[in-house]
Design a protein around this ligand. Structure first.
Ligand code: SF4
Length: 354
């Protein structure tokens, strides 16, 4: 797209007139970062507020999950394997990084398939993959568990911590805690769920929404389209990421997810238990569930004193309203998960506003 056209869209957004405050939520952590990174957030017209949603998988993973993982590694001498951004997330009493420094066997991997390879190469050790992520990563995790079963790799398991995003949006709307006029929906997640996975937002809750990609053009066009819907008092869903997102989504990915995982209730940091928002391994794959394979009783859960991640993930406050932001809590010394993850709101605000 030519720069001239981008400038035209930017001017269009900048000059939208809003008589009343309008609150839109970007559900996805990558969008949180991209709104800053592209500068699109800087040209929002007065009265248009962008509220960050709960779309950072590392941020919404509870202390209890991390406590359990650490306890499994300690009690059962397993190799924990995880994506790198989980390493520095504070648990109730520690973090994976601190535990690794203290001698716990923790491997950073880029894919669950790397963890499976570690298991295949170390038949004498148990390998547990921390399965944390949204719809975008679940299909690979499902393929990995299937492969472990097919290849009879019995020393591999996952600690299920995956979450589904549409139930979280439904929970926010049901709670009525935050006044939202519309949603920018996550492009990558929608590539899996399809447009149909989000229709309930417009149909049941009467909130307009736009599925958006991630570059400047995507964010500009999506925001303009959403604000236009809101101004006209229309509900409905617009797919502004048609090159990637189809009505039905990725049927193949949905199929492998449904074969391996079954929906279950799951606890989200700061939000609580959301019905049908988690995924547990189906009976056929229960032997790969580290939670069942390695029973533990983690110590009582403790939350970081003063950390307001929970309210941020519910869209109630901005990171700038947390008294610890930029003082006791920085990316170099994070108090809460939202300051650790590259997709976390606090980390994004720190990077782009300080
Ligand atoms: S700034 Fe730090 S302490 Fe405050 S909410 Fe964010 S992560 Fe928690």
């Amino acid at each position: 797209m030519k720069n001239e056209l981008l400038k035209e869209f930017a001017e269009k957004l900048r000059h939208i007139e809003l008589e009343e405050p309008v609150n839109i939520m970007e559900v996805c952590g990558t969008h949180t970062v991209q709104f800053f990174h592209t500068g699109v957030k800087d040209i929002f017209p007065g009265n248009l507020n962008l509220i960050d949603g709960p779309g950072c998988p590392v941020c919404v993973t509870t202390n209890d999950y991390l406590d359990r993982a650490i306890e499994i590694a300690k009690k059962h001498d397993v190799i924990l394997s995880t994506f790198g951004d989980m390493m520095r997330v504070p648990s109730s009493y520690s973090s994976l990084q601190k535990e690794k420094a203290g001698g716990l066997d923790v491997a950073i991997v880029y894919s669950p398939l790397d963890a499976l390879e570690i298991a295949a190469k170390n038949p004498g050790r148990e390998v547990v993959f921390l399965s944390v992520g949204f719809e975008t990563t679940v299909p690979t995790e499902a393929v990995c568990v299937k492969k472990a079963k097919e290849e009879n790799i019995k020393n591999f398991s996952i600690l299920p911590g995956n979450k589904l995003t549409p139930p979280a949006v439904a929970a926010l709307l049901e709670s009525g805690e935050v006044n939202l006029d519309g949603f920018i929906l996550p492009g990558h997640v929608s590539a899996i769920t399809g447009v149909k996975g989000w229709r309930f937002v417009a149909e049941k809750y009467k909130k307009p929404c736009v599925i958006a990609g991630f570059n400047s053009k995507d964010l500009l066009l999506s925001t303009i389209a959403l604000v236009n819907l809101i101004k006209k008092g229309k509900t409905g869903i617009i797919n502004e990421y048609k090159e990637v997102v189809k009505e039905e989504g990725n049927i193949k990915a949905q199929g492998v997810m449904a074969e391996v995982f079954a929906p279950a209730d799951a606890e989200w940091r700061g939000i609580g238990v959301i019905p049908g928002s988690g995924l547990l391994l189906r009976e056929d794959y229960a032997g790969f569930d580290a939670g069942k394979k390695f029973p533990v009783t983690p110590p009582p859960v403790k939350e970081a004193i003063g950390c307001r991640c929970g309210e941020i993930l519910r869209g109630l406050i901005s990171p700038l309203e947390c008294p610890l932001f930029g003082k006791e809590c920085t990316p170099a010394s994070p108090v809460g998960a939202c300051m650790v993850s590259t997709e976390g709101s606090c980390a994004a605000y720190y990077k782009y506003t300080i």
